[in-house]
Design a protein around this ligand. Structure first.
Ligand SMILES: C[S@@+](CC[C@H](N)C(=O)[O-])C[C@H]1O[C@@H](n2cnc3c(N)ncnc32)[C@H](O)[C@@H]1O
Length: 278
């Protein structure tokens, strides 16, 4: 099978995600789920609240939060990727009791006008902020949906660290004479504090940490890297160059693998919760 088999029709800002990548991501995003759950706790989301889940992907946080807020609350999830939202809708079908107070939409974080007039108690954004090309614009949009005391939670990659998988990607692309800066834009804590403050969110609480996830093989790690990044990790190249990139990355990944062939993914996260008007 060609390495381009999962490449797709219409690139969006989220790269070239497909039905295949969205479905596989919904099964392999256990690390992201852990961070999403921890963020929900850190935000102290509670019964009866109205919660916006920004860039919700296949919807695991939407369903978890819906269980917490219950029928007196409301959960609105959205994502740019229509395949992820399709997956989230399918997941919601398996929980019909949640349907009366859960909404799912396709939307871009840089334009939240479809929610104009609504105010939320909490805005939850897990493992996605590092992908937003204009973070101040997203935060300014979020502020229009906030009221005094609204909590915004951002769990993201810590911009102070380059992940080992990004090191591998950068080395391979440099060797192929390709640009490396088209991938991910994580913020440092001070950049996050600056941008949150400019949008009116203060009293920032911070959690940072190091996480690992073991995948069954280097091929599984390659898939994870692409499924979690809208295929931007390695499928943004075309033809022979794409084939060569996959070979070179897999070779490096094999060098990092355990004796039994499993591959360890290392991640450095930064989570903040801050409050509108404080
Ligand atoms: C790594 S996934 C995280 C998904 C989910 N929050 C989770 O924890 O599993 C990143 C998500 O950000 C979404 N995304 C990226 N840029 C976006 C944008 N501009 N507007 C809305 N969603 C965006 C992608 O479509 C993708 O679903």
């Amino acid at each position: 099978m060609s390495v381009l088999a999962t490449q797709v029709e219409e690139p969006t800002k989220w790269g070239t995600a497909t039905e295949v990548t969205a479905d596989r991501y919904s099964r392999t995003n256990t690390m992201q789920r852990g961070y999403g759950h921890a963020l929900t706790e850190m935000m102290n989301i509670s019964k009866g609240q109205h919660v916006l889940v920004a860039a919700c992907g296949p919807g695991s946080d939407v369903l978890d939060i819906a269980q917490i807020v219950g029928p007196t609350g409301k959960v609105v999830g959205f994502d740019l990727d229509k395949y992820s939202i399709k997956r989230a809708r399918e997941a919601l079908e398996e929980h019909p009791e949640l349907k009366p107070y859960v909404e799912l939409h396709v939307a871009d974080v840089h334009d939240l006008s479809m929610f104009a007039g609504q105010k939320f108690d909490a805005i939850h954004c897990n493992m996605s902020y590092h992908w937003f090309s204009d973070k101040p614009l997203f935060l300014a949009q979020a502020a229009t949906l906030a009221k005094p005391g609204t909590a915004i939670g951002l769990a993201t990659q810590d911009g102070a660290f380059l992940l080992p998988i990004q090191d591998v990607r950068n080395d391979v692309l440099a060797e192929l004479g390709e640009p490396v800066d088209n991938f991910i834009w994580p913020s440092t804590l001070s950049e996050m504090q600056r941008d949150l403050s400019a949008a009116g969110f203060g009293d920032v609480k911070v959690s940072r940490g190091f996480g690992t996830r073991t995948l069954d093989s280097v091929e599984a790690l390659w898939n994870w890297c692409n499924d979690s990044t809208g295929n931007r990790f390695g499928y943004h190249l075309q033809g022979e160059k794409a084939e060569r990139m996959k070979e070179m990355v897999m070779e490096s990944f094999r060098g990092l693998a355990l004796e039994d062939g499993r591959a360890i993914l290392q991640f450095k996260h930064l989570s903040t919760v801050s409050y509108y008007g404080r």
